[in-house]
Design a protein around this ligand. Structure first.
Ligand code: CP
Length: 324
């Protein structure tokens, strides 16, 4: 598929999820990320000089927030981090009012993470209500979407597999609470992959089949046919009661990527994890740090993808008016 540059209308510069992106737009972002990371000094430039990025995280983050901040700095944009614990959020200010207030200061981009699905959409409407300056980038909204994680995962997969057409990718773990699983399902299906989903019945909703996932209950069978195995952690913080499986030891024995289970992977298959990992639960440390793991590569690709997403959000790079 050849990918041409395109100029986006303001409302299309938001990145709220993968669901609404075309395969061509996904490939354009990945091409841009590849081009940026191939430049000297990993794309450091002043291309976004004068632009401003705000990171607004209502939930904890290591990888996503820091890599967005590094991405902004590398492109010459200023970056302001809002700590929701010391902002007027603690006085009960709503997401809508926070969005309108911040957008009134005319930042180029607000990168947001929130525990509730749909928050990025509310922020986008709030930003649109005060002007056409600020693009919203969703860095995770509850169990809904985490689009930049899916983009960096795709870049990592394509670095090894060259195409996703006809490939089989396994996603194993707590799918029910995972925005990473949903965004990956959308993206992988758009780029032609088969997605095999596994985990305890209580954490793998049947509704995933409507998103194009194929539910396979037995992790050993899934692992044997997958080109890549993506392990997800159990999101204990999103469970309202006790874990919906008998014990952690039972979970690891049945669904965890132990060293023994990892030896059942196809030759050349590799292991991914979005992080943070629960070592010893869904993944053994020997696997997480072993030769089949591409976890560190995923993290590095996160910077390149987020640089590309910031270019898109600000109408620069392949999205600049008149770009070749
Ligand atoms: N993968 C991911 O979103 O990690 P953080 O929560 O550390 O940002």
């Amino acid at each position: 598929m050849s990918v041409r540059s395109v100029t986006l209308r303001y409302a299309d510069r938001h990145l709220l999820g993968i669901e609404s992106l075309s395969a061509q737009e996904i490939l354009r972002i990945l091409d841009c990320a590849r081009e940026l990371r191939s430049r000297p000094d990993f794309g450091a430039s002043n291309e976004l000089a004068g632009k401003s990025v705000i990171t607004l995280f209502y939930e904890a983050s290591t990888r996503t927030r820091i890599s967005f901040e590094i991405a902004a700095h590398k492109l010459g944009a200023s970056c302001t981090t809002i700590d929701s614990n010391s902002s007027s959020v603690t006085k009960g200010e709503s997401v809508w009012d926070t969005g309108r207030t911040l957008a009134s200061m005319d930042p180029s981009v607000i990168v947001s993470r929130h525990q509730s699905p749909g928050t990025a959409h509310i922020l986008a409407r709030a930003a649109e209500s005060v002007g056409e300056q600020t693009a919203i980038v969703n860095a995770g909204d509850g169990a809904h979407e985490h689009p930049t994680q899916a983009l960096l995962d795709a870049l990592t997969l394509l670095d090894r597999l060259e195409t996703l057409e006809g490939r089989t990718i396994a996603i194993i773990g707590d799918i029910a609470h995972s925005r990473v699983a949903r965004s990956n399902l959308f993206l992988l299906r758009k780029l032609g992959a088969t997605v095999l989903v596994g985990g305890p019945r209580s954490l793998v909703p049947k509704s995933l089949e409507h998103l194009g996932g194929t539910i396979g209950r037995d992790p050993d069978e899934i692992i044997e046919v997958a080109d890549a195995v993506m392990m997800l952690r159990v999101q204990f913080e999103r469970l309202s009661g006790p874990p919906p499986f008998p014990s952690l030891r039972d979970y690891t024995r049945t669904y965890g990527l132990t060293l023994a289970r990892s030896r059942r992977m196809k030759p050349g298959a590799f292991v991914m994890h979005p992080g943070p990992m629960n070592r010893g639960i869904e993944i053994d440390p020997e696997v997480a740090d072993g030769p089949t793991s591409v976890v560190a590569h995923q993290v590095r690709n996160g910077i390149a993808c987020r640089m590309a997403v910031l270019q898109r959000a600000t109408g620069q790079g392949p999205w600049a008016e008149g770009a070749a």
